[in-house]
Design a protein around this ligand. Structure first.
Ligand code: SF4
Ligand code: SF4
Length: 288
């Protein structure tokens, strides 16, 4: 559909149709419930200066779109401005959010399923979009699925990686960071993101913010901070997100709980993403 005249609409439809129509979009529970609601899609230019800035902000190991593209197409001469970073937001369903809101220590089963099987859907979506683009003649790569993608740890950057999809989504106009590090999007913070870099020129999505924390009420208005109280590990404070304390809660604490209570190998938490004003929207003062 539309691809010849409007490649941006075509790409958006490929992402949204997969989540809407594919039987792969499932929590793999008994009822075959959907893992994700209708996605938001955004684009950023391959030569957006933010990607160079991420070498400072995230770490010198973080790929530019050109470097990510080169992992799949080594030796291909491509200018950064020929590339587009395509990002999407997969919102948690109402049922999953409602369940997790009631939790105080461990993840709800739906949330843990979304973390494991829902992320599996996201992996399939990345592959699906890469295949669809290549079929149309656009070279494409999903940086997260690149064999060269790796986690990085360092004293300065704690846990990072060679490609941060949340930072790509920020660059693509999809949201800003909250006190607990999650990305607050127009669909809220209870979501996961995905991305693909492609040799196609699509109009960048406007970034309706000038600050990387613009949507978080703690930074914009000096109020809220509800994600601090939601965290069972004390990992969110006025200083921000303690990634080490968070990781120690995820594994082994929630991993043991998920195995013992839900019967599969998984983990998850997301308590700071649910039952807070930014759960499902960009919050305002009236939401606190
Ligand atoms: S709960 Fe409040 S303080 Fe925490 S990220 Fe959301 S808006 Fe910011
Ligand atoms: S994911 Fe859980 S442990 Fe980690 S910061 Fe959020 S509430 Fe705390």
């Amino acid at each position: 559909m539309k691809e010849a005249h409007d490649p941006a609409a075509w790409v958006t439809n490929v992402v949204q149709a997969f989540i809407r129509d594919s039987s792969d979009n499932t929590l793999q529970d008994q009822g075959g419930e959907k893992a994700w609601g209708e996605p938001l899609v955004g684009f950023s230019r391959g030569d957006d200066p933010l990607y160079e800035a991420y070498k400072e902000v995230v770490g010198p190991f973080h790929w530019t779109p050109g470097e990510a593209f080169a992992q799949a197409y080594p030796g291909t001469q491509v200018a950064p401005e020929e590339l587009t970073v395509i990002c999407w937001v997969l919102p948690q369903t109402e049922a999953t959010k409602a369940d997790n809101r009631t939790q105080t220590v461990y993840p709800a089963e739906r949330w843990a399923r979304a973390r494991i099987f829902g992320e599996g859907v996201n992996v399939k979506l990345r592959r699906h979009l890469v295949d669809a683009l290549r079929e149309k003649g656009y070279a494409a790569v999903a940086p997260m699925l690149s064999p060269q993608w790796e986690r990085k740890t360092s004293e300065r950057y704690t846990f990072s990686s060679t490609w941060s999809e949340r930072h790509a989504a920020y660059a693509s106009g999809l949201g800003t960071f909250g006190l607990c590090d999650g990305l607050i999007t127009p669909l809220g913070k209870a979501m996961r993101v995905g991305s693909v870099v492609a040799r196609v020129q699509l109009p960048p999505t406007p970034r309706p913010y000038h600050d990387h924390r613009a949507y978080c009420l703690f930074f914009s208005e000096g109020i809220c901070g509800q994600c601090m109280a939601r965290c069972p590990a004390g990992a969110v404070t006025e200083e921000g997100h303690d990634k080490v304390a968070c990781a120690q809660h995820l594994r082994p604490v929630t991993a043991d709980y998920v195995k013992a209570n839900y019967g599969f190998d998984g983990y998850g938490c997301g308590l700071c993403q649910t039952g807070v004003p930014c759960e499902s929207k960009i919050p305002t003062r009236r939401d606190v």
